[in-house]
Design a protein around this ligand. Structure first.
Ligand SMILES: Cc1ncc(COP(=O)(O)O)c(C=O)c1O
Length: 368
């Protein structure tokens, strides 16, 4: 609810923070933020209810939520989220990278989870308000960004299994350092034979919390075997490569051809994936969205026909894959380190995101 200090800004009611973090404490918190543990002072909040639709848009203090124990999300996981970064550009201004794509994907997720759609403009405005309000929280380190987490959950207290009649949309922000200080080191990947991430007709293409809960055991299995990340195969044949727990995959061949798994409903349509397809095609490369099997991957890596593999996503941008292991043994990709095209595409994308290269596709949305 609005307080005596409330005023209206851009359709959002603004509620003053009673005790903002001091400059000294904030500087200490953002000096070495890591990922996902430090949060800014404010959040955006919009409520939805059957009958009223979206209402009560507020920018206020980031504070604890009070939930009835019967709140639907706690029982049936009706929850979706997004992840994107606000960057400080070379000229000091603040920008988002393709936020309308996150808004669109959020609504695709909402439809799959029987939740109300949020107008794209409101999604972006909520993010913009949080970033501008907490602009002092950008980490002053190379590659630093504000990671934004928009999410929505069923907030109705009701135990029946049906779509809830009340929802909460929130945006919180977390200062994030450069994932990897100087380029990404190659990661080692474990092929999960016992677990799948998504089946045809399931929720693989939606960004819902349940997908990530189900990936924790296979990810732990990968780490127990000494690897960084898990790669999932398709649920029907256990043969076709899908994606990592939180990143899409690309395969680079010695004739300049690139393959990435197609969007058939079981993998998340990554915005980094889409951007890299565009950038690679601009380089004159032939990018195919087609199925690629684990057996072919092994054979091509061993014959030298496959020269690079990389994973991509908002958090780490582009990450080379150096080694792949599973129950049938392991194989190395190229030299086992970052490949040339992986490095080049990463640099091209980061330059656009940071405003040091021309934004030919209109991907950068300036906030101030
Ligand atoms: C399962 C999964 N795949 C792929 C991605 C990469 O998507 P994006 O490039 O939009 O960050 C993510 C991250 O959001 C993810 O969670």
């Amino acid at each position: 609810m609005a307080t005596a200090h409330a005023d209206k800004a851009e359709g959002f009611t603004r509620r003053a923070h009673p005790a903002p973090t001091s400059d000294t404490d904030r500087d200490a918190a953002i000096a070495n933020p890591g990922f996902g543990t430090v949060f800014t002072d404010h959040m955006a909040s919009i409520d939805w209810s059957d009958g009223m639709g979206w209402h009560s848009a507020t920018i206020g203090p980031r504070e604890k939520l009070s939930l009835d124990p019967a709140t639907a999300v706690l029982h049936y996981a009706q929850e979706i989220f997004e992840g994107l970064k606000a960057y400080r550009l070379a000229d000091g201004s603040m920008a988002l990278f393709r936020p309308e794509q996150n808004a669109r994907r959020f609504n695709n997720s909402a439809r799959r989870l029987a939740m109300p759609e949020l107008p794209e403009g409101l999604f972006i405005e909520a993010i913009r308000e949080v970033v501008l309000t907490d602009r002092e929280w950008f980490p002053d380190v190379e590659g630093g960004a504000l990671y934004l987490r928009p999410f929505m959950f069923a907030s109705e207290a009701f135990l029946g299994v049906r779509p809830a009649k009340e929802y909460k949309f929130l945006v919180i922000a977390s200062p994030a350092g450069n994932y990897f200080k100087s380029g990404a080191p190659a990661v080692s990947i474990w092929v999960s034979q016992d677990y799948t991430r998504a089946a045809p007709g399931g929720t693989g293409a939606a960004k819902c919390g349940g997908n990530y809960a189900a990936s924790l055991v296979p990810q732990a299995e990968a780490m127990a075997h000494g690897h960084d990340q898990v790669v999932f195969l398709d649920a029907a044949e256990h043969k076709w490569i899908e994606e990592l727990g939180g990143m899409n995959l690309f395969f680079v061949f010695d004739d300049g051809r690139i393959v990435t798994p197609p969007l058939t409903g079981t993998i998340l349509p990554g915005i980094t994936r889409d951007s890299l397809i565009t950038l690679a095609r601009e380089e004159g490369l032939d990018v195919a969205e087609e199925r690629y099997s684990i057996d072919q991957w092994r054979e091509d890596a061993n014959s030298g026909r496959l020269i690079e593999t990389f994973a991509c996503g908002t958090a780490a941008v582009v990450t080379p894959v150096g080694k792949v292991a599973g129950n049938d043994g392991e194989f190395t990709i190229g030299s086992g380190g970052p490949g040339q095209l992986t490095t080049k595409l990463r640099e091209k994308l980061v330059a656009i995101q940071r405003g040091t290269a021309e934004d030919r596709h209109g991907w950068v949305t300036r906030l101030d």
